[in-house]
Design a protein around this ligand. Sequence first.
Ligand code: ARG
Length: 414
Amino acid sequence: MKKINKIVLAYSGGLDTSVAIKWLKEKYNAEIITYSADVGQIGIVDWSQVEEKAFKTGASKVYIDDVQEEFIKDYVFKSLKANALYEGKYPLATALSRPLIVKKMVEIAHQHGAEAVAHGCTGKGNDQVRFDVSFRALDPELEIIAPLREWEFKTRNEEIDYAKENNIPVKATKDSPYSLDSNLWGLSIECGVLEDPWNEPPADAYQWTKAPEKTPDEPLYLTISFEQGEPVKINNKYLSPVKLVKKLNQIGSEYGVGRIDMVENRLVGIKSREIYEAPAAEILTKAHQQLEDLTLDRETSHYKRIIAEKYAELVYYGLWYSPLRSALDAFIEETQKQVSGEVKLKLYKGQCTVVGRKSPYSLYQFDLATYDEEDSFDHQAAAGFIKLWGLPTQIHTRVKQQNKDTIFLKELIK
Ligand code: ARG
């Protein structure tokens, strides 16, 4: 095995990855470079503390990288244009952040001539797959180390003991009973009492959104404008992609919008119960879907639903850097050329409903749709169309009837 001199570690500032700094350094006698991406996660108020902790724990170089804009523009909005929801529900917040983090880590590894990269994922989740597969896609030569899959600590307490022995700062505050991962596109919550799918999530499981019963008694209306499939304005005011998503998270949370409770199929073969909070994702996905309903022709619209499902699977399965994902993006981009216009939404007690939509590219033609006197639809043409449309099934039934006796005999012989 070749000697590993430098390792780039994905660092969250938490216990696992802090212990990983020390553990990797000792085991490989290597220099540890940490990489932390600011994707708008909650709970980190001060990145300088993360930086300080990494240095204190033994990192030789520390990267703190604000990638929020790139995350939204190049990952989240692509997924939004696809209307990607894993198993029809999960907007993929965690899954979308991984390929970006990996891309940045590979760049740093190359810059420093590091032989290995490392991450703090456990051995039973989806994230290890996303990290490993993306690393291999971007640089097959890099060694991948996953300390949590390898190390000797059996319990969290053993890890804490190791941390204390090695002067790694351990938070005095009690840890959340849940496992959390968050970014601008949503918050993923697992573990604790949620592991019984029958248990209703306790109030403290939700970190962002207000309980619907505690939200305002009056509904809130808002308008979102899209240009070629991307949201650009709220209530007629232009906002940068990051600001727009942040604002919708904040508004949506106030109205209890974006809570998802599901049992999902993990890639590693197990089912898991997951809670998500994704106010902006829910608002924008609903708005985008409805604008497409107005502006895409029927066949493209139906075909795109199949693509949405496939796209979500690719993202969830860690295949962001696959040729199929780029090919699908090219298709999706082509469909978005006329997805521009406005969508009016109503937020009320945890619900987000589209109540209006308009677009200069609207394919909705009033004179064709109306039942009033302006109606210009050719009713006579319908009769001939229906006759031919139903012809194959009509013939099928006739032939079946003609062969009734033979079919009956065959049944008797059996
Ligand atoms: N089940 C989700 C996914 O695979 C979320 C995983 C989040 N991780 C966490 N530590 N809570 O994308």
